[in-house]
Design a binder for this molecule. Structure first.
Ligand SMILES: [Zn+2]
Ligand SMILES: [Zn+2]
Length: 220
């Protein structure tokens, strides 16, 4: 490969794209002030503010500031700033066609969309409630709070969910009625989602209880 990255600005995503792809190989390897090209590239992918910088601009090495006592006010401000981002990808969500923010965002949650069952959801199948929860988890993660992975076995409820289509209840309808994401419901039905959060299990169980009489009638 005759690709030379000697003449590109190091510490930039452009340097990474020009071939400076090893941490040790970048002249900024031990810089306390600037990121290496690799780090700049990944910082760019993970941080919207950095992604807005010109691609050939070196990225400063700023230590993530821990804010354990982050006040409620700061949190609300951050929530507003981040509310237009897709919590999973960090990408900005849609264009603001109307004055209302799109569904599947914290912004719309703050405007009052608080029911997963009624929310039309975004392209990732997230309701406003789920988007807000995801955003809050991400914020906590950035502040150094480890991911909370408590989940419970869902094979029992998955078994029942699998029988729903035979009793005339589509998975889509069940998802809407339970307030659980379509992706999760489909994953339970096809076995790719073996465990769920306890809250999710409770919602599924409640919805199954509500439709059980109809199911039994169908079966009889
Ligand atoms: Zn470099
Ligand atoms: Zn919504």
């Amino acid at each position: 490969m005759g690709q030379s990255h000697e003449d590109v600005a190091h510490g930039t995503a452009l340097g990474f794209r020009a071939g400076c792809r090893s941490r040790g190989g970048c002249p900024l390897h031990q810089s306390a002030t600037l990121l290496t090209c690799v780090e700049a590239e990944f910082a760019r992918r993970g941080d919207y503010a950095i992604a807005r910088l010109p691609i050939d601009e070196p990225v400063a090495r700023v230590k993530a500031v821990a804010t354990p006592q982050s006040s409620r006010v700061q949190e609300r401000a951050r929530e507003r700033r981040e509310s237009m981002r897709n919590p999973r990808t960090g990408a900005r969500v849609g264009k603001r066609a109307s004055s209302e923010p799109p569904h599947g965002t914290t912004a719309r949650y703050l405007r009052g969309c608080r029911s997963s069952g009624d929310c039309p959801r975004n392209a990732d199948d997230l309701s406003c409630v789920e988007a807000r929860n995801a955003a809050r988890r991400n914020q906590a993660r950035r502040r150094g709070v480890p991911a909370y992975r408590a989940s419970v076995d869902a094979t029992q409820v998955a078994r029942v969910i699998r029988t729903l289509p035979d009793t005339g209840v589509s998975l889509r309808k069940f998802a809407k009625e339970s307030g659980v994401g379509r992706t999760t419901v489909a994953g339970l039905a096809n076995g790719s989602v073996p465990r769920v959060h306890p809250d999710t299990l409770a919602r599924l169980a409640r919805a199954l209880d509500a439709i059980r009489p109809a199911m039994e009638k169908e079966r009889a």
